[in-house]
Design a protein around this ligand. Structure first.
Ligand code: CO
Length: 187
């Protein structure tokens, strides 16, 4: 355990309504390094988790959220890349079968508040996932959608934006996130 995690343990973004939201864990919380397990139960409890994750993502102003970011080791992430923030996409047990090309984008992450860093990813991906009810879906993505899926799938393997950048950028990220956490109310 490192000693400077006390302030980073857990940032409950939505103290006012904890029943409808989940805490987003912020770097360097060790929860972010947990590896997701396959989802097998698509029952009521799972549906409730998706609802809470969606509330949490929208309230935090994010476009994607992985279950490991809210302390759940489930192979689950959500995205909403629509301009109106009204098209929630749920990805369960996601697999990439083919990846090609290269694209570099500035990526942000709710677990790295205030950070935007260039990351190189595959430009096109082919794969499959299940929807929130367990139905199998094939996908063929490029552009932002391909980048977002790869970013969220990294989370589910315990891999973070931080791991994708140079040492120098890593130092900058630590500083930026630390500054944000110190400015949170009640700290
Ligand atoms: Co992220």
């Amino acid at each position: 355990m490192d000693t400077n995690t006390s302030k980073h343990q857990e940032v409950l973004v939505h103290r006012e309504n904890p029943h409808e939201h989940l805490p987003i864990f912020i770097y360097p919380n060790s929860k972010l390094r947990e590896k997701a397990q396959p989802v097998t139960d698509f029952g009521e409890e799972f549906q409730a988790i998706i609802g809470k994750m969606a509330n949490t993502m929208y309230a935090a102003g994010g476009i994607g959220l992985a279950a490991t970011q809210v302390g759940l080791a489930l192979d689950l992430f959500i995205l909403d890349l629509s301009p109106g923030n009204d098209h929630l996409e749920v990805f369960v047990n996601t697999v990439i079968d083919e990846a090609g090309g290269k694209v570099t984008n500035g990526e942000g992450c709710l677990s790295f508040p205030g950070v935007l860093e260039d990351v190189e990813r595959a430009a096109h991906i082919l794969g499959s996932c299940q929807d929130r009810h367990g139905n199998k879906i094939a996908f063929d993505y490029s552009g932002l959608e391909a980048v977002a899926v790869q970013h969220e799938m990294d989370h589910l393997k315990g891999v973070l934006l931080f791991d994708k950048v140079s040492r120098l950028k890593q130092r900058y990220i630590k500083k930026t996130v630390g500054k944000f956490v110190r400015q949170l109310p009640g700290r």
